[in-house]
Design a protein around this ligand. Sequence first.
Ligand SMILES: Nc1ncnc2c1ncn2[C@@H]1O[C@H](COP(=O)(O)OP(=O)(O)OP(=O)(O)O)[C@@H](O)[C@H]1O
Length: 813
Amino acid sequence: MAVQSTLRHTAAEDALAAFVDKWTDLFKTRLRKTSRTTRIVATIALITSIVLGGEGARRWWKRKRHEREQGHKLVRTNSWLHNKDGSRTIYVPYKDRTSKVVINNTDPLTFEAHRRLFLNPPRVSGLGNGTVPSAQAKPGLNLAFLHQFLSLMSIMIPRWSSKEAGLLLSHAMFLMLRTYLSLVVARLDGELVRDLVAGNGKALALGLLKWCGLGGFASYTNAMIKFLESKVSIAFRTRLTRYIHDLYLNDNLNYYKLVNLDGGIGHSADQFVTQDLTLFCAAAASIYSSLGKPAVDIGVFSFQLYRSLGPLAVTGLFSTYFLTASILRRLSPPFGKLKAVEGRKEGDFRSLHARLIANAEEVAFYGGADMEKTFLNKEFKSLKSWMESIYMLKIRYNILEDFILKYSWSAYGYLFASLPVFLPAWGGFGGVAEMAELAESSGRERNRMKEFITNKRLMLSCADAGGRMMYSIKDLSELAGHTSRVYTLISTLHRVHADAYKIRGGNYELYSLSDVQGTIQKGFDGVRLEHVPVVAPGLWPQGGEELLDSLSLIVRSGEHVLISGPNGVGKSAIARILAGMWPVYRGLVSRPKDIGQDGIMFLPQRPYLSPGTLRDQVIYPDGHNDMIEKRKSEIDLRRVLDESRLGYLPEREGGWDTRKEWKDVLSGGEKQRMGFARLLYHEPRYAIIDEGTSAVSSDVEGLLYETCKEKGITLITISTRASLKKYHTYNLILGEGERGDEWEFERIGTEKEKMHVEKELQDLRERLSRVDEWRERREEIEKELAAVWTEDGGSLNAPSYIEVDQPTPSSES
Ligand SMILES: Nc1ncnc2c1ncn2[C@@H]1O[C@H](COP(=O)(O)OP(=O)(O)OP(=O)(O)O)[C@@H](O)[C@H]1O
């Protein structure tokens, strides 16, 4: 053996050496023939390409390493990169590495182009003209569904050259491949049975081999179909989610207005964007294969059947399909509408849970678990009853569906497959073969068997395809429900984004969203309101409630204003109007353009702490990269925290990169001081502080105000605390007059203001002088209440354990 192997080894080596020699000789001859210049040029070209290639590879490797490090850093600091074209690069953790994602903002022109689809649907679709809140027809298989679905498709597949179109194309190719494989399998099945009956072992073994090979390929095809279906679903979801996010979170504050002004989708925007969108995308991706594949199958198989069974069988088959389809369609419950309502109920239940999580501390202090449980159980019961009623409807439908699609169609299959046997003249190619064999008679049974098995398989596949199409009527109705939900969300967002609240020729309510006539001017160095009514808006299409008839004031840099007045009078409402959250119904509002540095900043009444690191809390709404661009360092942040009396936080919490649920970690006063830290970090020209120090001790309050003023921030404070007056130049007092809808704007420290204070003191003195009188009256009432009257008009003595005040000499007299 060893000798043999050595021999073989030597032979192989010889062959290799001969091969190398041959090519070396060839190369040398060619080299000898080429001119000296060509050789020099070729050598230089070779060396240059090696050097350039090496340098390219080095740079590529360096860039990759830099990206990896940058990715880790950005993930750690919760930050992203702004690209020149307006897109953003974010890094997301992926396994133990980071993965780079570039997010392109949707072009504003795209929104303009889509507005027509979502706000002015064609009249024929029966969806109204977009001016009606929550423009929504009854979800079902109708023209409205077609319009809604195609509108959403224009977002999901924006171009024929897009990735989604490519995915759908490859999906379609795999679907067709599978249909072709089913056809080949049907034929092979027939051949196998024929060879078995004929006892042809060799052919049978060969057939089995083919069967296994085909099986492997078919399994791969099936897996790819499922994989591509999920890829399509995720691609659709990505497109829609990004589109919705761009429309939802932008400078127009649509995320606030959607819930507080429009009300078209209630309070469940989260349910729409998460669950409804996922269900819609999964249903849309699966409907493509559950409708597309059976349609191709039916076309191909019926052609085959037509060839082998003749026109009678195929006509019969199709009449059966149409008849049963129309029966099923007629008896099918309105799955679309049922699904849409189910989605809404799921949303309500989920948002109740979200509310409980957000307000867990408050509920715990009140001991409100029982009450919250009642709310939750009530909502769940409503959801449960709805789902049970859907299941009840489904039972009846499923019985009918199963009977028709599984059993009656198989019976028809046998009937039509027997046509060539019993009616050869009507039985297509199968019948012709039957008649030819009738004359010869040899091998007739075997061929009959082969034909029958092939036809039966084709018929079953055809019935299966038809069945799947029928089943997909239900899927299609459910898709209509999901489509209607997603379309409603996007059309409501478009309405809010475009402020499209005009009613054509209709009468609108005073101070409704159709009645906004004021102007907001951004880019003014100061804050100015001219004849602006302060109105708490009602949900569209209702009118709002007027809090102040007409407010006019101007605040210039360095003139600090305190807005005071009783609760609920409309103090925060002024801040909401200035921030652009509430509409300016009449008059003119002027304010600085930007939010933040050199602009205006608002500190809301309820402090907000974002998810992320300790650093993110101080610099919010900036990210770490914005901070670096502004040339601020951690030393600056440290100084800002010291000035807000929070200098101990980085040590206590373990550094700037610590991530915690800050809303639960910081105390009420700390949260408010964090607001001031943000103010000192951003250093805006104007700041509107709404009850920003209500939980802060008065000495720290003074320090915070003084620091802000030293930094040149003009303060507009909303507060009920009179002690804050000393930090301000003007006082806007709301809630004056008998009806509480008058206001006064006065300079602090003037004679007039002092007289105002004097008058208040006089009032208090007068009230104090009547204290004795009120005390006497109280004692009288208490005495009368302590007495127990008997039926005969007398009174019982008070029991010994009740302390009855001894009458004072003055009351006796
Ligand atoms: N989103 C809203 N939609 C409609 N009405 C609202 C809305 N928010 C507040 N209101 C109403 O507007 C009125 C003024 O509210 P605002 O928050 O301005 O009061 P405030 O003067 O700041 O009171 P407080 O001192 O208690 O903070 C209140 O009657 C309130 O119920």
